[in-house]
Design a protein around this ligand. Structure first.
Ligand SMILES: Nc1ncnc2c1ncn2[C@@H]1O[C@H](COP(=O)(O)OP(=O)(O)OP(=O)(O)O)[C@@H](O)[C@H]1O
Ligand SMILES: [Mg+2]
Length: 818
C-alpha cells in the first residue's frame, strides 16, 4: 500500500522501497505482518502533523470492517473488501487503531489514547457512487464527514480552494495508477450542528420513502458530500494471481475473445492489461474512447474504425492474402477480418453512450475488430449490459468470470458464469455456475473439461440417433412385406429392453469418460478448442450423417437376413427365427459401433459393452426358455426360438455378414477422413501414439514455422529423427512428413538453423528428407546432415500461432522442451 498525505508530504516522501522496513514497535497494537518502507510518513505521524493524523483517522473511521478482540491487543479484522482491510490495518500500525464498533459508536485508540466517536450516519458505498462516507461526532463534540472513494468522483466534490493540491495529487495518482495500483482519494468536511440536523431530517424522509428510495437516498448523500477538503490518496497493489497472463495467452490462441470489464480507473486498468499481456507494445494501436457526449463517443468510435479500415487498404496492396482477408466469411463483418492488432479502451461514461440503442452496434463492431477490449470505471449494470450486447448480436457463447459482488449481474447474464472464491466475499460464487479459487483454472475448465464435455455430448447424441434409426427403420422395411399391418419385427420384450438395457450403458460410459486427446495435449494445443466454437462435431450435416448411417444399418440388417431366409439357406423360414436373427445382428452391430466410437477405454467401458451383449443373450435365452413359458404361457410366445435359431451356423454367418457390411464402410470412411482430411485432434492423437511407440528419450523439438502463408506447424524429434508434423494449416496431410508443410525455402533455412545449432550428422535426417514433397526438395538437400537434437534454448509458448506478414519475413523458431 502507498499513502500520500497532501500538503504535508511531497512526492519525494513517497519512497516505494527502502531497504529498511518501518519499525512499529512504539505501537503495541500494530500488526506484526505489516511492512511499510516510507520513513517520512512515520515521522510525520510521530511529530503529530495534523493532516497526517486526520488522514489515518479517516482510514480508521470510514469503512465497514468489523473487529474482533480475542484478548488484550489481539485484534482481528473482518473486511468485505481486501482493500478496506489493508487500509484499516495500515491505520492501525501507524497508531490509529480501530478497536470496535457499535451501531452508534466507533472506538479507536489514537496514538495510545482511547477515543470514542459517535457514529451519526454511514453513507454507504455502492458501485454507482463509487465512494463511501461516515459522519461522526468526535470526542470534543465537533461533527465531521469523512469520505473516501474514486478520484474522478471525489475531485468533482472538493472545495475550489483545493485546486493546487488537486493538481499535485492528480499527478501522484496518475503515477500510482500507471504502476497498476488501485487508488482512492480521501477527503473530509466539517459540519455545523444545524446543517447536520437539517440534512439528517431529509435523510430520514428519504430512507422512509416507499418508491425510488435508492435514488432519493443517493440525492440526499450527494447534498452533503460537497465542498470537501482533500486529505490525501492511497494506492493499493491488487496483485494478479499466478498464471493470469499465461491463461489469457492460451485462451486467445484458442480463439476465445477476452474483454476486461473493471471498475478500476483507466490508467490502472491499462496497466493491468499490460501486465496480463492483453495489451502489448507490439500492438498496432490502442484506441482510447473517453468522450463525454454522444457525439464525441460516436466520433471516436468512427475514427477507430476508419483507422483499422485504412490499415487494411494500405497493407492489402498487392498481397492476395490481404484480399482474401478483405472478403470475410458470410455473416461476419469486414472489420473482423482486419489485419494488425488493435485494442480498445473505453471509459464508463463513454460506455453509457456507446450502449445506447443507436450506437451499440457501432460499438460492438469496433470492439470485435480489436484484439483486446478493456472497459474501465464501469458499473455492475454496465458489465451486464456489455455481456447482453454480445449475446444479442453475436452468435457467441459468453462466459463471465469475476470475484466480487459487482460482478454478480454480469455472471448471471452470461451463458456461463464463473465465480472466483477469494477475499471479495461469496456473492460471485453464489451466483455462478462454476467456482474455483484461481483464475488459471479457467484454462482447464474450458480447454480440457469444456472440450471433453462438448465432445462427449456430440458423440452421445450422434450415437443415440444412429442406434434408434437402425432399430426403428427395420420396421419400415418390414412393412413392405407384412402389408404395413403394424406387426413388429422384434419380440415385444426386445423392443422394451433395447433402449433401456441392451444399448444404454455403453453410450452412457462413453458420454462420461470419453476423451479424444489427453488433458495435457488439450492445454498444449489450444486450437483443439476451435471445433466446438464452429459447431463442427454436431450440426445439421453430422445429424444427417448419423441418420443416414442408421438407415443404412437398418437396410443391411433387414435385407441381408431377408435374403438369407428367403433363399431358405438356414432351413428356418419362420417369422420368429427371422426376428431373433435381426435383433441379434442389431445388438452386435450397435455394440461394435460404440466400440469404434469410444476413444478412451476404461474398465467400465469394457464392462458395459461386453455386459450389454451378454445381458442380451442371457435375457433372450431366459425368455425363450420353457420355464418362463410354463409360468406365463401368454406372455412369452417365442418359446425355444433362440436356442433353435442360434444353433444354426448359417444364422451366425448372417449376423457376421450383416455386421461386416454395416461396419466396413464406416471404418473405410473414417480411415479415409483421417488420412485425407485429418482434424487437429487426429493428428495430436497420432503424435501421441507415435511418441509412445518410439519411446522418445525425453527430448521433443518444437518448430514453430512462421511463413508467408501463415501456416504454423510442429515437428517432433525423437532420438531417431522427426516423427511427424502437426499443423493447423488448411491443406495439410498427415502423411506429409514434417518439412513439406513449409515452403522449400523456409524448410531449408529452418534446417540450416538446426545444423548451426549442432554439427553432427544424423541418419534420421535422411529419413525425414525422404518424406519431403517436391515443394520441399531444397529442404531435403540441405537436410542431409541435419542434427536432430538441438541444444536447449528454452521453450516457446504452448503453441505457435503468430505469423509474420509477407513471404520475406519467414522466420523459424526452434526450441527444445523436455
Ligand atoms: N470500500 C470502498 N470505499 C470507497 N470507495 C471504494 C470502495 N471500494 C471501491 N471503491 C471505489 O469504487 C470503485 C469501483 O469499485 P468496484 O468494486 O465497482 O470496482 P473495482 O473493485 O475497482 O474493480 P473490479 O470491477 O475489478 O472489481 C473502485 O475503483 C474504487 O475507486
Ligand atoms: Mg471489486
Amino acid at each position: 500500500m502507498l499513502c500520500e498525505v497532501c500538503d504535508t508530504l511531497g512526492p519525494q516522501s513517497r519512497v516505494r522501497q527502502r531497504a529498511v522496513p518501518l519499525d512499529f514497535s512504539f505501537n503495541a497494537l500494530a500488526d506484526r505482518r505489516f511492512v511499510f518502507f516510507d520513513h517520512a510518513l512515520l515521522e510525520a505521524v510521530k511529530v503529530g502533523q495534523p493532516a497526517t493524523h486526520e488522514f489515518f483517522r479517516l482510514l480508521a473511521l470510514c469503512h465497514t470492517v468489523m473487529s474482533e478482540e480475542k484478548s488484550e491487543g489481539e485484534l482481528y479484522y473482518k473486511a468485505q473488501s481486501p482493500d478496506e482491510g489493508a487500509l484499516v490495518t495500515a491505520a492501525r500500525c501507524f497508531g490509529f487503531v480501530f478497536r470496535s464498533r457499535t451501531p452508534h459508536t466507533i472506538t479507536l485508540q489514537e496514538m495510545g489514547r482511547p477515543a470514542t466517536y459517535q457514529l451519526l450516519s454511514i453513507l454507504d458505498f455502492n458501485n454507482i457512487r463509487k465512494r463511501m462516507s461516515v459522519i461522526v461526532r468526535n470526542p470534543e463534540g465537533r461533527i465531521r464527514l469523512y469520505c473516501k472513494g474514486a478520484d474522478t468522483l471525489l475531485f468533482e466534490r472538493l472545495h475550489p480552494c483545493n485546486q493546487d493540491l488537486m493538481n499535485i495529487t492528480t499527478d501522484h495518482l496518475n503515477e500510482y495508477a500507471g504502476d497498476g495500483l488501485r487508488t482512492l482519494l480521501l477527503a473530509y468536511k466539517d459540519l455545523e450542528e444545524s446543517e447536520y440536523e437539517a440534512w439528517s431530517e431529509r435523510l430520514q424522509r428519504a430512507s422512509k420513502a416507499v418508491d425510488c428510495r435508492e435514488e432519493r437516498l443517493a440525492a440526499v448523500y450527494e447534498e452533503i458530500e460537497q465542498d470537501m477538503m482533500l486529505l490525501g490518496a492511497t494506492a493499493i497493489e491488487d496483485k494478479l494471481q499466478e498464471g493470469v497472463p499465461e491463461t489469457i495467452a492460451i485462451l486467445t490462441l484458442a480463439n476465445i475473445k477476452i474483454w476486461v470489464l473493471t471498475g478500476d480507473k483507466q490508467e490502472t486498468a491499462v496497466n493491468i492489461g499490460y501486465s496480463c499481456k492483453m495489451l502489448t507494445d507490439d500492438m498496432t494501436e490502442v484506441f482510447f474512447v473517453t468522450g463525454r457526449t454522444v457525439h464525441e463517443v460516436r466520433e471516436e468510435l468512427r475514427k477507430a474504425r476508419e483507422k483499422m479500415m485504412d490499415s487494411t487498404r494500405t497493407l492489402g496492396n498487392g498481397f492476395p492474402y490481404q484480399q482474401e482477408k478483405l472478403d470475410p466469411p458470410k455473416g461476419s463483418s469486414v472489420l473482423e477480418a482486419i489485419p494488425g492488432e488493435y485494442a480498445l479502451v473505453i471509459n464508463g461514461h463513454s460506455l453509457a453512450h456507446a450502449l445506447e440503442a443507436d450506437m451499440e452496434l457501432e460499438f460492438l463492431e469496433t470492439a470485435c475488430a480489436c484484439k483486446a477490449v478493456i472497459c474501465c470505471r464501469v458499473t455492475p449494470l454496465q458489465k451486464a449490459q456489455v455481456v447482453e450486447l454480445v449475446k444479442k448480436y453475436k452468435r457467441a457463447v459468453t462466459l463471465a468470470i469475476g470475484d466480487g459482488a459487482n460482478d454478480v449481474s454480469m455472471i448471471k447474464t452470461a451463458h456461463i458464469g464463473v465465480g472466483i472464491s477469494g477475499q471479495e466475499g461469496i456473492q460471485a460464487v453464489l451466483a455462478s455456475d462454476y467456482t474455483f479459487s484461481q483464475f488459471k483454472s479457467l484454462q482447464r475448465l474450458l480447454l480440457v473439461h469444456g472440450r471433453w464435455s462438448y465432445l462427449r455430448m456430440c458423440k452421445f447424441l450422434c450415437y443415440f440417433f444412429y442406434k434408434n434409426f437402425a432399430f426403428t427403420m427395420v420396421h419400415f422395411w418390414f412393412g413392405f412385406f407384412c402389408g404395413f399391418s403394424a406387426q413388429t419385427v422384434y419380440d415385444q420384450y426386445f423392443i422394451t429392453l433395447y433402449n433401456i438395457v441392451y444399448t444404454s450403458l455403453p453410450v452412457l460410459a462413453m458420454g462420461i469418460f470419453d476423451q479424444d486427446v489427453p488433458e495435457q495435449r488439450s492445454l498444449e494445443y489450444p486450437k483443439l478448442y476451435e471445433p466446438g466454437q464452429l459447431n463442427l462435431l454436431f450440426n445439421k450435416r453430422e445429424f444427417f450423417i448419423c441418420i443416414a448411417q442408421g438407415i443404412y444399418t437398418s437396410v443391411v440388417l433387414f435385407f441381408v437376413s431377408y435374403g438369407v431366409f428367403a433363399d431358405d439357406v438356414t432351413q428356418l423360414a419362420d417369422y420368429q427365427s427371422f426376428a431373433v436373427t435381426v435383433a441379434t445382428s442389431l445388438v452386435i452391430v450397435v455394440s461394435v459401433q460404440i466400440a469404434l466410437d469410444t476413444g478412451y477405454w476404461t474398465a467400465i467401458n469394457h464392462f458395459f459393452i461386453w455386459g450389454s451383449v451378454a445381458m442380451y443373450f442371457a435375457i433372450m435365452f431366459a425368455m425363450h426358455s420353457d420355464g418362463l413359458f410354463n409360468i406365463f404361457p401368454n406372455q412369452f410366445t417365442f418359446v425355444g426360438n433362440a436356442q433353435n435359431t442360434l444353433a444354426q451356423p448359417a444364422v451366425w454367418f448372417t449376423i457376421l455378414l450383416s455386421t461386416v457390411v454395416c461396419i466396413v464402410p464406416v471404418v473405410t470412411f473414417r480411415f479415409l477422413k483421417l488420412d485425407l482430411k485429418p482434424q487437429l485432434s487426429d493428428t495430436v492423437r497420432y503424435t501421441q501414439l507415435v511418441r509412445k511407440k518410439q519411446k522418445p528419450q525425453g527430448r521433443r523439438l518444437r518448430i514453430v514455422g512462421r511463413t508467408g502463408s501463415r501456416r504454423t506447424g510442429y515437428a517432433f524429434s525423437h532420438q531417431e529423427g522427426f516423427g511427424e508434423l502437426i499443423t493447423s494449416g488448411k491443406n495439410m496431410r498427415l502423411s506429409s512428413l514434417a518439412l513439406s508443410s513449409f515452403t522449400g525455402r523456409s524448410s531449408a533455412s529452418w534446417i540450416d538453423t538446426l545444423r548451426k545449432k549442432r554439427g553432427t550428422e544424423s541418419p534420421a535426417a535422411q529419413q525425414v528428407s525422404a518424406g519431403v514433397s517436391p515443394q520441399g526438395a531444397e529442404a531435403s538437400q540441405v537436410s542431409g546432415g541435419v542434427p536432430l537434437a538441438a541444444p536447449e534454448t528454452g521453450a516457446t509458448g504452448p503453441a505457435g500461432g503468430a505469423s509474420a506478414p509477407g513471404p520475406a519475413s519467414i522466420t523459424e523458431e526452434c526450441a527444445v522442451k523436455e
